[in-house]
Design a protein around this ligand. Structure first.
Ligand code: G3I
Length: 342
């Protein structure tokens, strides 16, 4: 029997014989997932979980520079559009990720030659073509992604090197292309990195003082079972004190962060992971309601997680669905905990 058919049958059994409440139904805000169009097309069970479990979608890769703008004179919106069409068909919110990043930049941009005006023109054109293409269809954009280092300095990148004030300009250009889109700054690992967090807060302060349109902060939330709750609480409070919309934009909770090859996901580590997920959702519910943009998981099942593919960590289990596409035992407990807390 084909593996995908086997998974689908397993999944169908869970639906018929034991599916309880949906996490999305106990939440007063959108629950998103970053998705991969290849899996949506090839894996009916993946597609079914995306449809039934989530109310928001983010393209895990297919709206990034490298994929959407492969050549200087060519944009390729095909895969991003596929995800958008699914979102529209199923009335899910589409979140855009990401316009300006140091990573996943096409070769032609990395090799681009020109003066500051030419660089500005190139980036402005990129941002405005992409945002313009999705105008009115993408609710919010991660305009700038991961611009600061842990020590609070601006991350060296082709953008920082060639375009003075590129962060503010990027927000301005995105706003011109779609004045209705919510514009986010998105970053990871602010917990326990006070200088990085301070740099982000200072950036927000300065952008606001200059009337540059910034509407939200994305906290990626790639955390693990040892992440310190007090450090997370501090950055959540500091972020929400800006008054901006807050998006937990790439949530996963690693159980084997050191990539121990002998790791076994015991009941203890599973319980620790459940506790972190519970903590994250309950902390999010404490953010003022009008700032709750939503929580987005970074892909759907353990088998699809970037921690396995990108970081080559085969013994990692960071999500709510296992690699056979079933809800993990902690799913129901998480739902119950949130329902009880409301
Ligand atoms: O699609 C190609 C495939 O054709 C090729 O055979 C294969 C060979 O390596 O690569 C495939 O592309 C990979 C792509 O993921 C799709 O799986 C890229 O190599 C790989 O670099 C890329 O990794 C992505 C990573 O960003 C790049 O930095 C991850 O999927 C994606 O989850 C990750 O997402 C980032 C967020 O955008 C920002 N925050 C951190 C997060 C995790 O790094």
């Amino acid at each position: 029997m084909k593996k995908s058919l086997f998974y689908f049958l397993l999944f169908a059994c869970q639906v018929v014989f034991g599916q309880s409440k949906y996490l999305k139904d106990v939440l007063p805000f959108p629950l998103g997932a970053a998705v991969n169009p290849r899996l949506l097309a090839a894996q009916p069970t993946y597609r079914e979980i995306v449809s039934s479990e989530f109310t928001g979608l983010t393209a895990e890769n297919h709206m990034k520079m490298m994929l959407v703008h492969p050549d200087a004179d060519r944009f390729d919106f095909s895969k991003g559009d596929e995800i958008l069409q699914l979102a529209q068909k199923e009335h899910k919110r589409m979140h855009g990720h990401t316009l300006v990043w140091h990573n996943q930049v096409p070769k032609w941009m990395n090799e681009y030659k020109g003066d500051a005006a030419a660089w500005e023109h190139m980036l402005k054109n990129h941002i405005q073509e992409v945002v313009g293409h999705y105008r009115g269809k993408v609710t919010g954009w991660d305009v700038v992604n991961e611009a600061f280092l842990d020590d609070g300095s601006l991350r060296p990148s082709i953008w920082a090197k060639n375009i003075p004030d590129y962060i503010a300009k990027s927000f301005q250009w995105a706003h011109e292309a779609d004045p209705t889109a919510l514009l986010f700054y998105n970053d990871y690992g602010q917990d326990g990195k006070p200088k990085k967090m301070a740099a982000i807060l200072q950036m927000v302060k300065e952008l606001k003082a200059r009337n540059i349109p910034i509407h939200g902060l994305g906290l990626q939330m790639h955390i693990n079972i040892h992440s310190k709750k007090d450090e997370l609480e501090t950055i959540i409070n500091q972020s929400s004190a800006t008054g901006l919309a807050i998006h937990f934009s790439e949530l996963d909770v690693a159980v084997n962060p050191k990539n121990d090859s002998t790791f076994v996901n015991t009941t203890e580590t599973q319980h620790a992971q459940l506790q972190r997920f519970e903590w994250v959702f309950l902390a999010y519910l404490k953010i003022p309601k009008n700032q709750q943009y939503g929580i987005t998981f970074w892909n759907v099942t353990d088998g699809d997680s970037w921690l396995r593919s990108y970081f080559k960590r085969p013994k990692e289990f960071p999500l709510l669905f296992d690699e056979t596409y079933l809800r993990k035992p902690m799913y129901d407990q998480l739902v119950q905990k949130i329902a009880d807390a409301k």
